[in-house]
Design a protein around this ligand. Structure first.
Ligand code: NAD
Length: 290
């Protein structure tokens, strides 16, 4: 297939490289990044998109996505599909889908989980919003870049699924870390804490798979000095998107709100920027009850 790939950063570069390695003709564009292996670079997003059957975007936020969509949609071939894999607000995802569909193009929002490791290995999970026809056209590419695709419904529903999942993840990570810090102060050994909670009703992905305590449970960023992994800054981005969406539809999210406030303080007022999101544990260990 002829593919355009706009946004070749930490995630986009390995995804584009995997598509090229599978034999697709990939033309890329990025305002800053170097060309990944096997990818020819265009001088603009519109130039990359001209003649492509699928235009993939992997960009930092909704504002940039809207601007890039405004450039590429008029340049796209009739009936081509715009496949956005960025994590953006639900409103931007729906606005871009409307723009694309008004010009007769297919459109999918397909945010991912799996991080840079998953992008590199081609094992991402895609959460997809959009039509069956657009998904059928993009499916062979999703199969190369990822291991699992879940069709979540119409436009915007991929982003909705992503922020709901990450709101749960943020809240359970805060809960897991504060419980470890409490256990420390109560004189409960971290290994005993893990052995009980990981097999009891307090278990979660944060405890069982990504344990924030070093030397306990499976290997995780805690065992690597809390180098990310999944950076606290990116968790804050996703939590803010969840709160923006909750406000837009009037949904009460007290735990999501509390987790957002914790990550906001950690990243913006303390030393959380650039650290893994599980570094909430040493943060709580170093604090007294307020
Ligand atoms: P990144 O900052 O490394 O890459 C974004 C790229 O977009 C950069 O290379 C930048 O130069 C480029 N860019 C910015 N404006 C542009 C424009 N107008 N035209 C063309 N290129 C432009 O970010 P990333 O880590 O690759 O993340 C991309 C998206 O994936 C984000 O929405 C992020 O939330 C999401 N995501 C990231 C991870 C992760 O672990 N990094 C995991 C899941 C989802």
């Amino acid at each position: 297939m002829k593919i355009a790939f706009i946004g070749l950063g930490n995630m986009g570069a390995p995804m584009a490289r995997n598509l090229a390695a599978a034999g697709h003709e990939v033309t890329g564009f990025d305002t800053a990044a170097a060309p990944p292996e096997g990818v020819a670079m265009a001088a603009s997003a519109a130039e990359a998109a001209a003649g492509a059957e699928v235009v993939i975007t992997m960009l930092p936020n909704g504002e940039i996505l809207r601007a890039v969509a405004g450039d590429v949609i008029p340049a796209m071939a009739d009936g081509a599909v715009l496949l956005d894999c960025s994590t953006v607000d639900v409103a931007s995802a729906r606005a871009v889908a409307e723009m694309a569909e008004a010009r007769g193009h297919g459109s999918l929002d397909a945010p991912v989980s799996g991080g840079i490791g998953g992008a590199d290995a081609g094992t991402l999970t895609f959460m997809v919003g959009g039509s069956d026809a657009a998904l059928a056209a993009a499916a062979p590419l999703l199969d190369i870049m990822g291991a699992r695709t879940v069709h979540c419904g119409p436009a915007g529903n991929g982003q909705a699924a992503k922020i709901c999942n990450n709101m749960i993840l943020g809240a359970t990570m805060v809960a897991t870390c504060e419980a470890f810090a409490l256990a420390d102060k109560l004189g409960l050994d971290r290994q005993a804490m893990f052995d009980v909670v990981s097999t009891s009703s307090g278990q979660s992905w944060s405890m069982n798979t990504y344990c924030p305590a070093p030397g306990v449970g499976p290997t995780s960023p805690a065992d690597n000095g809390y180098a990310p992994g999944f950076a606290a800054d990116l968790m804050l981005k996703d939590l803010r998107l969840s709160q923006e969406a909750a406000e837009a539809v009037g949904a009460p999210t007290p735990m999501g709100q509390a987790a957002t406030a914790e990550y906001e303080a950690f990243v913006e007022a303390e030393d959380g920027r650039g650290r893994d999101f599980s570094a909430m544990l040493p943060r709580f260990s170093g604090k007294a009850r307020g």
